[in-house]
Design a protein around this ligand. Structure first.
Ligand code: IPM
Ligand code: MG
Length: 373
């Protein structure tokens, strides 16, 4: 029996619908295996801005800090024209959680389910054997400087005597590179023993340093094959020879872009889960934040059309990485696989579907499957 505290941040748009399914899955695991999960539900993003005036309140942040894991839905964007200088923006919540909790490694597994090959944008013969995990650097790089403007790390739009200009800074310290690259090699060691490090070393200084650090870490792992790949070539190879990748490690923005691309191999961006991890230990593993990689999809919010699989698989990652419940995680993954295998699909995946179902029914089917011994 395991005891754990989980903070649920459903957020905006389809976030509440998909997290409701993921939470039901966690409750089912709790019951089936006799665990005790204490769940706190809090506001984040536009929802928090509307109710509390900030994207994430200090009180919510504290609740997260005292948990073993955070289950996150999605955050929306401010409507065009609503952004005020110095005013709250929904993304600030994510950036604060990622930065202040030191979640530097964002794991995004991409394993197209055979039953969904027909829904992928690639032909099945290209997909066969595809099973990779992205390790996206998550707490530095081009994204940061945006939270607040640090001297030497500007991110701003500024008026000058020659007109308006804008700047973002791509800064990495050796330590920030090394810790995420070490995480990637650690993961590769337990999988296909291959790391692809993705950069733009023919143009960017930060990538030149990135390569140096990767080579140094690779020397400590002779049993892992290591290759460097330029980010443009990687974008191409992901849709040409996806089965050749095992672990892909890359800079924050490159990882953001490449994982949306890679998600289409699985048939839909709604399929991909993620785990954001740092170094703080819990009783069963590492403190982490778990979220589907998709956004808040305001166009379909409240319509029971969103795909909850990315959120449910994120709950499986939570069980595995923060609670150390491998068997339970595998059980959830098998239940998702079984329901997809039976032909049930949300509307984003309706190719070859036996039945197109809504968000809630998809979640219920996974739960029913999970209840079976
Ligand atoms: C993601 C998202 C976020 C990001 C957005 C919502 C700020 O796209 O987690 O991939 O860019 O990191
Ligand atoms: Mg993204």
């Amino acid at each position: 029996m395991s005891k754990a505290t989980i903070t649920v941040l459903p957020g905006d748009g389809v976030g509440p619908e998909v997290t409701a399914c993921a939470l039901q899955v966690l409750r089912t695991v709790e019951e089936k295996y006799g665990h005790i999960f204490t769940v706190h539900r809090r506001r984040v993003g536009l929802d928090a801005i509307a109710a509390e005036g900030v994207a994430i309140s200090d009180a919510t942040f504290e609740t997260c800090a005292h948990s073993d894991a955070i289950l996150f839905g999605a955050i929306g964007s401010l409507p065009a024209g609503a952004e005020r200088p110095g005013g709250p923006r929904p993304e600030q919540a994510l950036f604060r959680l990622r930065k202040e909790f030191g979640f530097f490694a964002n794991l995004r597994p991409v394993r197209p389910s055979e039953s969904l090959y027909g829904a992928s944008s690639l032909k099945p013969e290209y997909l066969k054997g595809t099973d990779m995990v992205f390790v996206r650097e998550l707490s530095a790089g081009l994204y940061y400087g945006r939270l607040e403007t640090v001297p030497g790390k500007p991110s701003e739009i500024r008026r000058t005597e020659h007109g308006t200009e804008a700047v973002d800074t791509l800064l990495y310290t050796e330590e920030e590179i090394e810790r995420v690259v070490r995480a990637a090699f650690g993961i590769a060691q337990c999988r296909g023993k291959k790391v692809t490090s993705v950069d733009k070393a023919n143009v960017l200084s930060s990538s030149v340093l990135w390569r140096e650090v990767v080579d140094r870490v690779a020397a400590d792992h002779p049993e892992v094959t290591c290759e460097h790949m330029l980010v443009d070539a990687c974008a191409m190879r992901l849709v040409r020879t996806p089965a050749e990748f095992d672990v892909v490690v890359t800079e924050n923005l490159f990882g953001d872009i490449l994982t949306d691309e890679a998600s289409m191999l699985t048939g839909s961006i709604g399929m991909l889960p993620s785990a954001s991890l740092g170094t703080r230990r819990t009783a069963g593993g590492l403190f982490g934040l778990y979220e589907p990689i998709h956004g808040s999809a305001p166009d379909i919010a409240g319509e029971d059309r969103a795909n909850p699989v990315g959120a449910i698989l994120s709950a499986a990652l939570l069980l595995r990485h923060s609670l150390g419940l491998d068997r339970e995680a595998a059980d959830v993954e098998a239940a998702v696989e079984a329901v997809l295998g039976e032909g049930y699909r949300t509307p984003d995946l309706d190719e070859g579907a036996r039945a197109v179902v809504g968000t809630a029914e998809m979640g219920r089917r996974v739960v029913d499957r999970l209840r079976q011994p």
